[in-house]
Design a protein around this ligand. Structure first.
Ligand SMILES: NC(=O)c1ccc[n+]([C@@H]2O[C@H](COP(=O)([O-])OP(=O)(O)OC[C@H]3O[C@@H](n4cnc5c(N)ncnc54)[C@H](O)[C@@H]3O)[C@@H](O)[C@H]2O)c1
Length: 295
């Protein structure tokens, strides 16, 4: 069950990062998007990362050329058919993920492993659209943002996930130079179950004007040694993703600490989704965080 060819569905923040890491680690990668413009935008993001690596002397021109040759963009599920593993990284909506897994189950060979990069949904909820013999080859493969920099990948097993599948995924994660952690199929897995209430609490503090956005971030950064403060990190994750994840966790546990604050809903409704739309708690210029935006 060795993995050599990887399929990725969705070339957004996470899918692009996963595809980039896999191409750099020697895998042949096919990445599928919803339309040509989105595919071009996603592939450009990967190319820009490689250009930066080249400019900083972290990669040679030959290496960048090899990575580019291993990366294949497509708009068709059928082009993923030869892949040993497909990782889905489309928006955090069960209806969309069910549609995608229906297509994948039909397009892929019987041996292929299907994984979701969901942050919060139950992996087993995808089972009804899969053939019964696929269920031992369904798992979660939860990468962290930004994928090239973050060393952890949670491998999420359902009650049906086979031992061979888990072993193949552990090898794959190690081949990417990352560390696997086995997690149960419970909402939020390990990291988000602990992280999300903290991020939502920081938003409640901002909402109640406990301190300014900047001071909340600086406090946790310098006081706790975190690489970025909670509101900065939320912008980085995407406020729409934060809202979806909070809704799933609140639905599952019913505890107020998982409830999306009104401020988060207002920002999402206003189209301030964080870094990806150029504004959230902060204004963004591409990758660069600028000044705090008014609340
Ligand atoms: N953002 C994070 O920090 C983070 C971290 C870990 C996991 N995740 C999870 O990863 C998944 C993706 O999140 P993201 O932040 O990359 O979202 P994103 O919005 O940046 O990217 C999603 C991409 O999927 C594409 N897409 C939608 N439908 C498609 C289809 N049918 N076929 C192909 N492509 C399609 C969209 O065009 C978009 O480019 C979500 O489940 C999210 O919860 C996100």
């Amino acid at each position: 069950m060795g993995i050599q060819r990887l399929g990725v569905v969705g070339c957004g923040l996470m899918g692009a990062g996963i595809a980039q890491c896999a191409a750099e680690s020697g895998f042949q990668v096919w990445i599928k998007e919803a339309d040509g413009a989105l595919l071009a935008r996603g592939l450009k993001r990967i190319d820009e990362a490689w250009e930066r690596a080249l400019a900083k002397g972290k990669a040679t021109g030959t290496q960048c050329g090899e990575w580019r040759q291993r990366l294949h963009g497509t708009l068709a599920f059928d082009d993923l058919a030869a892949c040993d593993l497909v990782v889905e990284a489309i928006p955090e909506r069960l209806d969309l993920k069910l549609q995608t897994f229906t297509h994948l189950d039909q397009a892929m060979g019987p041996e292929a492993i299907l994984c979701t990069n969901t942050s919060s949904l139950s992996v087993a909820q995808l089972s009804p659209v899969l053939a019964p013999q696929r269920l031992s080859r369904l798992a979660g493969l939860h990468f962290f943002n930004p994928v090239p920099a973050m060393p952890l990948v949670e491998i999420v097993r359902t009650l049906a996930t086979g031992a061979e599948t888990l072993a193949a995924l552990q090898t794959f994660v190690k081949d990417l130079g990352k560390t696997p952690a086995l997690a149960p199929d419970a909402p939020g897995f390990i990291v988000n179950r602990l992280l999300v209430p903290y991020l939502l609490d920081a938003m409640r503090c901002a909402e109640q004007r406990l301190a300014s956005v900047e001071d909340l971030d600086t406090g946790m950064k310098l006081g706790c040694g975190h690489p970025m403060g909670p509101l900065h990190l939320s912008d980085f994750i995407g406020l729409d993703t934060m809202q979806s994840v909070a809704d799933v966790l609140f639905d599952a546990f019913g505890e107020p600490r998982f409830k999306a604050p009104a401020l988060l809903r207002q920002l999402v409704a206003a189209g301030r989704l964080g870094r990806k739309t150029g504004s959230g708690f902060y204004r963004w210029e591409g990758e660069k965080r600028m000044e705090v935006m008014p609340l």
